[in-house]
Each structure stands twice: as structure tokens, then as C-alpha cells.
Design a binder for this molecule. Sequence first.
Ligand SMILES: NC(=O)c1ccc[n+]([C@@H]2O[C@H](COP(=O)([O-])OP(=O)(O)OC[C@H]3O[C@@H](n4cnc5c(N)ncnc54)[C@H](OP(=O)(O)O)[C@@H]3O)[C@@H](O)[C@H]2O)c1
Length: 258
Amino acid sequence: MSTPNAYALVTGASRGLGRELAEELARRGCSLILTGTNPRVESVAEELHDRYGIPAVARIADLTRREEVLALTADLNAHYDLFMLVNNAGMGGTRTFEEAPTDYLENILDLNIRATTLLTHQLLPNLKRQPRAYILNIGSMAAHNPTAYKTVYPASKAFLWSFSLGLREELKDTGVSVSIASPGAMATNEEVTARIQRQGFWGKATLKSTKSIARKCIRQTLKGKRHIIINPLSLALSCLLPDVLRTPLLSRIVKREL
Ligand SMILES: NC(=O)c1ccc[n+]([C@@H]2O[C@H](COP(=O)([O-])OP(=O)(O)OC[C@H]3O[C@@H](n4cnc5c(N)ncnc54)[C@H](OP(=O)(O)O)[C@@H]3O)[C@@H](O)[C@H]2O)c1
């Protein structure tokens, strides 16, 4: 699956979906580079190394900071060969646009959009050195659903959707395959879990375990799948219901989270 000695980089691997994606790669024997904002990610790397016997290193970086993204990619390009880049680190939330602090808005844009773009741009030459390499971008069902009280988050995931498909086409004659996953709600942390609870029936109806989602994401990425669909029913509803009906409907559900 991977060239011996080449690593998979997973951003936001200290917890949540990123942690599960890292574990799924470890289970398949892949060497790992994991990133997070604090030393917790070092414990995850140690744990996966001990459990699966794979090389696993950790890097601490705040990916909302441009200079930290560029320092990380320079370090990785100097010391490691990569066969996979998983752009998982991302953030969102539910607030009225007017009352959202500027830091909150900028962090979403900087992490979800700028960090993903720069990491991919800086690491692509490294990935291209492998006969076969993979980029997995973790998008969201939100990309397909403009929603009030979230506004910037779905828009950032719509960016990732468009970016991934465009880049995939651009790289089609190379050994690098680009995939985008569109998970729906996942109870990955306390804040998201509380939000899902407040959404009521619809929040819980589409809930899937992060382990099964991670498994599907890695399996389909390695098969070179373009769009990794996690909740076919939610996607079908998004395609069938026109925006003029879907946006008010979803926004009413999301408003319960405020
Ligand atoms: N949860 C959902 O319902 C849901 C639904 C659809 C899509 N998604 C997407 O799935 C991905 C993972 O979500 P999740 O719920 O698993 O997230 P999570 O539990 O909140 O974990 C976020 C991860 O990203 C890292 N991170 C946060 N801020 C960072 C920063 N400034 N710089 C670098 N790393 C940072 C965190 O590292 P530290 O722990 O070190 O801070 C952590 O490892 C995201 O892209 C999210 O948008 C989530």
C-alpha cells in the first residue's frame, strides 16, 4: 500500500476523527506523523507505536498560524517521505454571525481553508516522489448545505469540496489521488455531542461511530475514490430538496443549538 519508509501525515490526530484515522492507518501497518496543538498528540503517537509496532512521530503546531504551517512543512520535507496527507484538523460551531467574535471567524477560515491549502501546496512535491500517494481532505455534509447560524463553517467546507475536486482533476495524470470525505454529525467531543443532543431526532438519526467512519475513509482513499460518502441518505436528501426549502429547514434544526 505504501512505499517502505514513507509516512502518512494526519493533522488533528490527538482526538476525535483524526485519532481514529491515525489508528486505522496504524492497524494497516503505516508509519505515522501526527499533529495537534499540545503534547496530548505525543501520547497518541506513543500509544499507537506501542500497540501496533509502527513508527509514529508527533509534531505540535497551531495550524491557524501561517508561520507554524510553513515551519511544519519545511521540517517534514527535510526529514520524511510522505505517501499520504490527511487534512483532518478543522473547526466549526454554531453562533449568530453578528455576535461571533472575529477570532472565532478567522480561526475557522485559517484552519479549514488556509492551513489545508498551504499544507497541500507545500507537501505535494514530497507526495509526488512516491509511485502512488493519497490526499484525503475531511470535508463535511455541511459543504452541501448552506445553513444559518453556521454560515462560515459550511462555506469553508464548500471551499474544501471545490478545492479537492479541482486538484484531483489537475493531478489525474500523476500518482497522487485526491479524495474528499463528507461526514455528517459525529459525537467526537463534548461540544459537538451536546449540539447533536440539542438537534433532537434529526441530529441523532444520521449519527455514525467515528471508528466506522475512519475505516471507510481510509479504505476508500486507498482505492482512489473521489467522494467518500458517509451518510448516503443525508446526501440524497440534500440533492433532492432545493436550497430554498433545505436551508430554512436545516437552519431551524440548527437554531436549537444556540
Ligand atoms: N464532529 C462532527 O460532527 C463533524 C462533522 C462533519 C465534519 N467534521 C470534520 O471532521 C474533522 C475532525 O472533527 P472532530 O470533530 O474529530 O474534531 P475535534 O474532536 O474537535 O478535534 C479536532 C482536532 O484538530 C486539532 N486542532 C484544533 N485546532 C487546531 C489548530 N489550531 N491547529 C492544529 N490542530 C488543531 C485538535 O488538536 P488538539 O486536541 O491538540 O487541540 C484535534 O486533534 C474536522 O475537519 C471537522 O470539521 C466533524
